[in-house]
Design a protein around this ligand. Structure first.
Ligand code: BES
Ligand code: MN
Ligand code: ZN
Length: 490
């Protein structure tokens, strides 16, 4: 963990450090001149630094007899968004590490006083802490470049410091989710996910966390014919993971978080082409998010009973793999004719949603890297939110905006259900190409009858292909921060 300290007083860093300064576009030139002198103001101007969002300008100077690396970070004319605040803090730590310093001083005074200082402090702490994140497990010692930054002093409203520990707890869980997504499928198997859930439950037993893992035989008894069909092609044993947190005091209700946990998606007999298969270790991004979020929820002591439910399996080919044309029976008795074995996620989720529904949750969510169509619709950084419950969908997307995770609502039009009709079973598992994200949502809705339910398709944002915001290429930990914001405020 970084040591993060907030202060409203100007204080130089000790020894060789990096000074990162937020600069608003309204006051860019004069602010630089006042603080660093006219020559540097001219240099910044020549480099076209105007304090616009995302602009950076760095230089080295001597300050009180020590070398001081200075980084100016543009923040634009108006108050920066939550995503921009996190990114600003992230960039400061990254620059500190690039400069090889142990201490960063981040001057946020240009942002003025905050209407919600604690929340602001939380976002800053998230960004700072995530700035130290690396996935270097498989790099030999010589190739690792762990962050050199150990301490950050933030200049700003001191009250914001109250958000620090929250932000760091959230960031630690985001980092856990990233590790799980970045972990290759030969490491992160269904059993590995169950082991991680065990570790979380053991560490937080005194905080009210406990774990149940259902084996294949247990799932057979519950009639989970859809989930188990997907698992049949794999040499890895399926693990149906149920992690639960019960708050100490009064609880506001029960929230079930179902996460897609396909640790590798080859497509099954509807085999994916090699390029499309390449990233499919990430197909457990939903599982990573719900397990990690539950861990932080327990540490934060959120006032909800929380259940993280993960039907973990691989989707593989093999002599016993499920076939096209097979008819499966889900645990709610509905039958499904398979017309594409690559639409496996919704099959695993069907039984998990039925299982969650039996817990009679106040709110039911699922998070899934479900469809390429959702990435086509909303781009790589935005999740698709589908629900018939306007109030709950609004609560959830409001939480996402507060933490800077992008989400957009898609409709669930009844007429598109037409696409899921089968001549011999209650439904088929896939529709046509157009509306692919929505027909997947409609399929899931067949297993959430009577629930206040929101489906979140995270196929795009679960993994980023090039650095974005507070994330390098790889697993993002999306939408851990939103889930925790929701559980803390709803
Ligand atoms: N895991 C994939 C969805 C996915 C695609 C996630 C790309 C991340 C990036 C899912 O299981 C899948 O294969 N979906 C199919 C559905 C189709 C067969 C109806 C898809 O999107 O092509
Ligand atoms: Mn698939
Ligand atoms: Zn999949």
């Amino acid at each position: 963990m970084l040591s993060i300290e907030w202060t409203s007083q100007e204080a130089a860093g000790a020894g060789h450090h990096l000074l990162a300064v937020a600069v608003a576009s309204s006051d860019s030139g004069p602010a630089i001149e006042r603080r660093f002198g006219a020559p540097l103001a001219r240099a910044a101007q020549a480099a076209r630094f105007r304090g616009e969002p995302g602009e950076k300008f760095s230089f080295l100077r001597e300050h009180q007899g020590e070398p001081q690396q200075v980084l100016l970070l543009g923040t634009g004319a108006s108050a920066p968004s939550a995503a921009a605040v996190r990114a600003l803090a992230f960039d400061a730590v990254r620059a500190g590490s690039a400069a090889g310093v142990a201490e960063v001083v981040l001057d946020l005074r240009a942002l003025g006083s905050q209407s919600e200082p604690v929340h602001f402090g939380e976002l800053v702490a998230q960004g700072l802490q995530l700035g130290t994140y690396r996935y270097d497990r498989y790099l030999s010692e010589a190739k690792r470049k762990p962050s050199t930054v150990q301490r950050v002093r933030v200049l700003g409203e001191a009250a914001s410091g109250e958000g620090t520990s929250r932000g760091q707890i959230v960031a630690a869980s985001v980092a856990r989710a990233r590790d799980l997504v970045n972990g290759p499928a030969n490491l992160v198997t269904p059993s590995y996910l169950a082991d991680v859930a065990r570790e979380i439950a053991d560490n937080l037993a005194d905080r009210g966390v406990r774990l149940t893992v259902l084996e294949r035989e247990d799932c057979e008894k519950l009639g989970m014919g859809c989930y188990l069909a997907v698992a049949r092609g794999s040499a890895q044993r399926p693990k149906f993971i149920h992690l639960q947190y019960t708050p100490k005091g009064n609880s506001k209700g029960r929230v079930c978080l179902v996460g897609k946990g396909v640790t590798f998606d080859s497509g099954g007999l509807s085999l994916k082409p090699s390029d499309a298969m390449m990233d499919m270790k990430m197909d457990m991004g939903g599982a990573a998010a719900v397990l990690s979020a539950l861990e932080a929820a327990a540490k934060l002591g959120v006032p909800w009973e929380v259940h993280a439910i993960v039907p973990a399996t691989e989707n593989m080919i093999g002599g016993d793999a499920y076939r096209l044309g097979d008819v499966l029976t889900a645990s709610n008795g509905k039958t499904v004719e398979i017309n594409n074995t690559d639409a496996e996620g919704r099959l695993t989720l069907a039984d998990a949603l039925v299982y969650a529904g039996k817990l009679q949750p106040t709110y039911l969510f699922d998070f899934a890297t479900l469809t390429g169509a959702c990435i086509v619709a909303l781009g790589p950084h935005c999740a698709g939110v589908m629900s018939r419950d306007d109030e709950l969908a609004n609560l959830f997307t409001a939480a996402s905006q507060r933490v800077g995770e992008e989400m957009w609502r898609l409709p669930l039009p009844e007429p598109l259900k037409e696409q899921l009709k089968s001549p011999i079973a209650d439904m088929r598992n896939t529709g046509e190409r157009y509306g692919g994200a929505i027909t997947a949502g409609l399929f899931l809705s067949e297993f959430t009858a009577g629930q206040r339910w929101v489906h979140v398709d995270i196929a795009g944002p679960a993994m980023v292909r090039k650095p974005f915001g507070v994330c390098d290429e790889g697993g993002s930990g999306f939408p851990v921060a939103t889930i925790l914001e929701f559980l803390s405020r709803a």
